[in-house]
Ligand binder design. Structure first.
Ligand code: 3HC
Length: 313
C-alpha cells in the first residue's frame, strides 16, 4: 500500500506540535520505538519498587515509613499508567510483562544497585528521582498523546519524591557524624550510576536520532545529563555533601559544570544483565508475579461476574 499521503499527515502533525493519537496512522518504526521506550519506562517504575521496598520495614520513624510506603505505591501507579499507554499501541500487558520476566526487555540500569543503608533511600529520592524528573519533564511534551498525558501526573508525583529524598539527606547531613558519613557514602555510591541513567553519550546513542526527529525526546541524553549536574551541585553544597568527581569545575563559557564521564563499560555490563543486583531483581519480580497470580485471577473472575449481572439487570 502507498502510505505517502498518511506519512505527510503524520509529518505535518509533528511539525505543528500536535499529538499523535492511538487511532492515527503512524510509521511502524515510530510505533516500535514507542513500545520499546514506554515499556522500558514502565518496567523501570515497577522494578524500582524493589530496592526501596526493602526499607519499608526498617524506616527509622512512623513518619518516614508512611512517606516511603506512599512513594513505593506511587511507583506501582506509574507502572500502571505507562503499561496502559503502551497497550494503546497494540501490544498486550501480558506480552510486555513476559518481555520483562524473560529478560528480553530492559529496565533502568539504576535499579541494579543495592540499597545498603537508610541514606540510600535519601540518595535515591534526591539523585535518582531528580534525574528521572529531569528526563520526564520533557516527556510531558512527547509526541504520542497517551504517553505525554501519563507523564503529567507522573512528574507531579516524582517531584514530591525528589523532595522526600532531599529532606532525608538534609536531616542526615545535619545529624550525628555517623549519619553524615552515611549520607556522604550514599552520594559517593549513587552519583555515577545516576549519571548513567540518562543513557550513553549522544554520539553513541543509536535511538536518539529517530527519537528527536519524531519529537519523542525533545532533548538529548547529554543535554539532560549536563542540566542535572548543574542543578544538583548547588543542592549538595547547600547541605554540605560533596560529589566523588575531582573533575567537577564551573565552566564560565558554557555556564555549566565540567564533569568526568561515568564508566561506560560498567554501564554496558549492567544493561547486559551483569550488574550487582540484576539477577536478584528479576528473581524477585518473577516470584511476585507468580505469587500474585491468584489475585489477578480473582479480580478477573469478579469483573466477569459483575459484567454477567449487569447484562441480566
Ligand atoms: N538503563 C538501561 N538501559 C538503558 C539506559 C539505562 N539507564 N539508557 C539507555 N539504555 C539502553 C536503551 O534502552 C537502548 O537499548 P535498546 O535499543 O536495546 O532499547 C540503548 O541503551 C541505547 O540507548 P539510547 O540512548 O539509544 O536509547 P534511548 O534513546 O531510548 O534513551 C533513555 C534511553 C534516556 C532511558 C530513554 O529511553 C528514555 O528517556 N526513557 C524514558 C524514561 C525512562 O525510561 N526512565 C527510567 C528511569 S527510572 C524511573 O523513571 C523510575 C523513577 O521512579 C525513578
Amino acid at each position: 500500500m502507498d502510505t505517502t499521503h498518511f506519512e505527510e499527515i503524520f509529518e505535518a502533525k509533528l511539525a505543528r506540535n500536535e499529538m499523535i493519537e492511538p487511532k492515527d496512522w503512524m510509521p511502524d518504526n515510530y510505533r516500535k520505538h514507542l513500545i520499546r521506550q514506554i515499556s522500558q519506562h514502565a518496567h523501570s517504575e515497577v522494578v524500582g519498587m524493589l530496592p526501596e521496598g526493602n526499607w519499608i520495614t526498617r524506616a527509622p520513624s512512623l513518619r518516614a515509613k508512611k512517606i516511603l510506603l506512599a512513594k513505593v505505591q506511587d511507583e506501582g501507579g506509574h507502572g500502571l499508567y505507562l503499561y496502559t499507554a503502551a497497550e494503546t499501541l497494540g501490544i498486550s500487558r501480558d506480552e510486555l510483562i513476559d518481555q520483562l520476566l524473560t529478560g528480553v526487555a530492559k529496565y533502568s540500569s539504576i535499579f541494579n544497585y543495592p540499597t545498603l543503608t537508610w541514606a540510600d533511600i535519601g540518595a535515591i529520592g534526591w539523585l535518582v528521582d531528580g534525574a528521572a524528573i529531569m528526563n520526564q519533564v520533557m516527556l510531558q511534551r512527547t509526541s504520542y498523546g497517551p504517553y505525554a498525558r501519563a507523564m503529567v501526573r507522573i512528574c507531579k508525583e516524582e517531584s514530591f519524591h525528589q523532595r522526600q529524598g532531599y529532606e532525608i539527606m538534609t536531616m542526615m547531613a545535619r545529624g550525628t557524624p555517623e549519619q553524615r558519613a552515611m549520607a556522604q557514602d550514599a552520594v559517593n555510591r549513587w552519583w555515577w550510576p545516576t549519571l548513567m541513567m540518562f543513557g550513553p553519550p549522544d554520539a553513541e546513542s543509536p535511538n536518539s536520532a529517530n527519537a528527536i526527529k519524531w519529537k519523542i525526546k525533545r532533548e538529548s541524553n547529554d543535554q539532560l545529563r549536563q542540566r542535572f549536574v548543574n542543578q544538583t551541585l548547588p543542592q549538595g553544597e547547600l547541605i554540605g555533601l560533596t560529589f566523588p568527581d575531582k573533575g567537577l569545575t564551573w565552566n564560565e563559557e558554557k555556564q555549566g559544570y565540567d564533569f568526568t564521564a561515568p564508566d561506560w563499560a560498567e554501564f554496558k555490563n549492567v544493561i547486559s544483565g551483569n550488574g550487582p543486583c540484576n539477577r536478584e531483581r528479576l528473581a524477585m519480580r518473577r516470584r511476585a508475579h507468580d505469587e500474585g497470580r491468584w489475585v489477578r485471577e480473582a479480580a478477573q473472575a469478579y469483573a466477569a461476574k459483575n459484567k454477567r449481572y449487569q447484562a441480566v439487570a
